[in-house]
Design a protein around this ligand. Structure first.
Ligand code: BDR
Ligand code: CA
Length: 310
């Protein structure tokens, strides 16, 4: 399996990179950075640092978009820390980003191996939308796209109805969800019911080695923020759950195929992901369906997440 990761590291992005890099049967063909949890110089630098931490400094990192198609960035420093990695200082990376942008790199990778590459999209969808504008045939050149984003039957997180990745670039998300990729959407619907609890976090604290110990240290800032919100020691595992679903779709225990649009104009609803769940929906309007994940085998996921850090 060949995977290209587009991300905005970001603490849960870090866990997703840990998960992907730990799979022996996965070839990580490249990583694109995008603004989101932090500004793009920081997310790019973090991607490089994390790949070194996880033993893959050879994976090319391409710097992506610094802003959305139609709005300025709003970094989530309160969730991920000023440095995007919970104020844990990883060593300066030896590697530098490649010359091409993330959008160009994604197009080049897709053209070089038509139908073989899966994309794991963990940040705002700006790079993917830009890649589509360079190569409109991208949905046929990529095998699958798994997106962490959106909130369909669950509340939002950055706004009452909007999830951070989609709200950070609603125009790009609407383009990507309507482009005709074989798309799986791992939204807050499932990520907010598959949260790490105190027992799992304690278990991680007991795993020895630099990989696990540094990741546990990075996770502390994020867990403190989530625990404040939940009222108990817990944290969401948005991005690594999307990675796990991409690598093993049999983890999914409930899903529906529905077209999903993004609200672009609402005063209180901009960035909302609107799925047409009607039984009598118009199936001839041309909007392609995506696979919206409803539930997963959480126990298997958390075991695999710990194993990935050993
Ligand atoms: C998503 O937003 C980002 O803050 C996280 O990294 C995750 O990708 C969750 O809404
Ligand atoms: Ca992310």
């Amino acid at each position: 399996m060949r995977i290209y990761v587009d991300c905005d590291p970001g603490i849960d992005d870090a866990l997703a990179l840990a998960y992907v890099t730990a799979q022996p049967d996965v070839e990580l063909v490249g990583v694109g950075s995008v603004f989101g949890n932090n500004l793009v110089p920081t997310t790019t630098d973090n991607a490089l640092r994390l790949l070194e931490l996880y033993g893959r400094p050879d994976v090319p990192v391409a710097r992506g978009a610094g802003r959305a198609l139609a709005q300025p960035p709003r970094p989530a420093l309160h969730v991920h820390g000023e440095n995007g990695l919970g104020e844990v200082e990883l060593p300066e990376p030896a590697a530098a980003p490649v010359e091409l942008s993330a959008a160009e790199t994604l197009v080049r990778s897709a053209r070089s191996a038509p139908g073989e590459i899966d994309v794991l999209a963990l940040g705002p969808l700006t790079n993917i939308a830009l890649a589509l504008s360079i190569e409109p045939d991208l949905p046929r050149l990529l095998r699958r796209v798994v997106v962490m984003g959106g909130a369909v039957r669950a509340p939002g997180n950055t706004a009452p109805l909007a999830e951070a990745n989609v709200a950070s670039d609603p125009e790009a998300a609407d383009v990507v969800l309507g482009a005709g990729f074989d798309t799986t959407l791992v939204a807050l619907d499932v990520t907010m019911r598959t949260v790490a609890d105190g027992d799992w976090l304690d278990g991680l604290d007991r795993v020895a080695g630099r990989r696990a110990e540094t990741t546990a240290a990075i996770l502390r800032f994020y867990t403190d923020w989530y625990s404040g919100m939940f009222g108990v020691r817990k944290c969401a595992m948005h991005d690594p759950l999307a990675a796990a679903v991409l690598i093993d779709p049999t983890l999914v225990t409930d899903a529906v195929e529905v077209p999903v649009r993004v609200e672009l104009r609402g005063e209180h609803t901009r960035g909302q992901t609107v799925a047409d769940l009607r039984l009598n929906r118009d199936r001839t309007d041309g909007r392609p369906a995506v696979t919206l994940v409803g539930d997963v085998d959480g126990e298997a996921f958390f075991k695999r997440m710990t194993d990935a850090l050993r």
